[in-house]
Write a protein that binds this ligand. Sequence first.
Ligand code: F6P
Length: 375
Amino acid sequence: MTAVRRVGVLTGGGDAPGLNAVIRAVVRSCKVAHNVNVMGISEGFIGLVEMKVRELTMADASGLLVRGGTILGTTNRGNPFRYAYRRPDGVEELVDASGTAKKNIEKLGLDCLIVIGGDGSLSIGERFWRELGIPVVGVPKTIDNDLFATEFTFGFATALESATWALDCLHTTAESHHRVMLLEVMGREAGWIALHAGLAGGGDVVLIPEIPFKFEPLMAKFRARERRGRPFSLVVVAEGAAPEGGAQVFAGEDAVTGWKRLGGVSYQIAREIENRGGYEVRATVLGHIQRGGTPVPWDRILATRFGVEAVRLAVSGKFGHMVALRGDRIVSVPLADAIGHLKRVDPNCQIVQSARSIGIVFGDEDPETVDRSEG
Ligand code: F6P
């Protein structure tokens, strides 16, 4: 095995609080524990195609622990296998630029590429390793917490903190005005943020993509609360939630990649609740607030542990693997096993059952049972 002397690090896909803490940990453990140089690649994989690369020193890593975002920059349009090339006439077309990325990695003398990303970026990393033979180590990131091979991703806890804070704010105004307040949170096809925020913030109804909902149980819940002197309710809506037989709501589509962005379902749900009568309803879409800000301590610690372990995998030649949290240990799993299938909420899991036990409604209940449930 050739000694690893220089590693590259990049951040891909949507940002998440804690990315900078990983970069810091990579730089510090490379320098402190392994005497390895670090090159920071800007704008995800695009930086490899366009050679946007700079050396990262201990000074660059200073002050990063508390900073949200990523000092390297990132993009959702960063797939070198489908690189958006802008022709001289200004039109963008998708071309395969992975060969250019590989040549640039060789030119830079990178012995390993540390890819910090979600399912999309890690899938690209896996192809780099399997198809191009580029030594890659992965670090899982996403506020959605939907990566199959790790119990938690960093960024999730901070997003949850923001969602819970938002619910706390909505609670007081809902109570004052006797309103039904909806909070729409992110998460794509997984309801983890909504489920946890509902538990932490006292949600009365939680709507997640994994459990198609009907309106009758929701209305029954509002009525039952009203009967016992609580004429207001909090509804947490995952952006990917949809009514039984209905479709998800999208906010937009990327013109080049065709990628569709979820968002706005809570406005439709609010309208339907109001149409059914009896309630004044307001919807708030929390949006990218969830992705920003200072990472909470849990995310800083997880990010640091991931970064340290990623470097250890790199210097020990364990390429094609990703770091992951299992119980209280950071382990490594083959990238091939980690990608392509998402970790979604099991409608029968213990946390959903606990939520049901304290009266949280998911919209799949018998309305009459809900009606009686508030005692
Ligand atoms: O995957 C993270 C995430 O924040 C999702 O929860 C959300 O659907 C999406 O990214 C938003 O993407 P964008 O930053 O492109 O708006």
